[in-house]
Design a binder for this molecule. Sequence first.
Ligand code: TRP
Length: 349
Amino acid sequence: MTQDASNATAPNGPKRVLTGITTSGTPHLGNYVGAIRPAIEASQEDTNESFYFLADYHALIKCQDPAAVQQSTKEIAATWLALGLDTSKAVFYRQSNIPQITELCWVLSCICAKGLMNRAHAYKASVDVNVADGVDADKGISMGLFSYPVLMAADILMFGATHIPVGKDQIQHVEMARDIAQRFNHIYANKAPILTLPDYVVSDQVAVLQGLDGRKMSKSYGNTIPLFLPEKQLKKHINKIKTNLLEPGEAKDPDTSAVFQIWQAFASDEQTAAMRQAFADGIAWGEAKKQLFELINAELAESRERYNDLMSRPQDIEEQLQAGAARARAISEPMMAEVRQAVGIARLF
Ligand code: TRP
């Protein structure tokens, strides 16, 4: 089951799916289950045109450590490739290799109401923290953070994307992209609309994974299990997942257990049912974690080898990204030419 925006304007023609991955951090099991695995599966459906990109300009908002941004870009690209993203079908590129995106971002900034950005939740949350701390409301807030939904709108609208798979926290931004596109078309498109209105897609089937401490697995909580840890370390991390003090032989509640919840994200229906029974029968935490390690390791072992191999050959990763960027620019260059013309930035004769 997926939930599309209710005001869907699915255009005729193929579904064009697009999503971005901010390059600030190392991919973890939560990213894999919640975003990467479903995206790669979707890209294998014949009816979809898929666009996946590394949002490295977005990364600068959160991360001002140049080496970390570069390392994350390499890791995320290697991860998607190692997991089997078919780059002959999906267009896989780096945002910064498409200069038209930042150009479009400026044009959109000039028609986007500031009040719309005031309502963006990431910005509002930062303001709320400052107000609660009794400091200046805008302390530590950059223009990048304030206006990042405009950059995200440019990412989406540049390619005429129709379906934007996102987490719930990003729904608002896709709606803003829609508002911005509508306003642009209203002002500048006299005949046919220039920008396509996108819809968000939020799947309720993909799991939001719990982390080591039972809260949502997230880099900001420091509770993640990185996706391609060496085997021994993966085992160690899994052993760190928080459990209660129930002894072997005592029945355990699967529905409040991070171990069970992560199990479920990797297991078949039968395996999930079997583990539910094992919990009722009082499986020892150590044993449950051992089985969880084996299950995850079996799913990831082959890709991990490909990942390590790719990480040692960054020139091959770069080549794939450059090839993807060339395909993306075949769309972005004519689109930006049309936008410039529409707004009156054009040759004089
Ligand atoms: N802002 C998104 C996130 O933090 C990443 C992103 C950037 C994105 N541009 C996008 C997602 C365009 C979808 C479409 O997760």
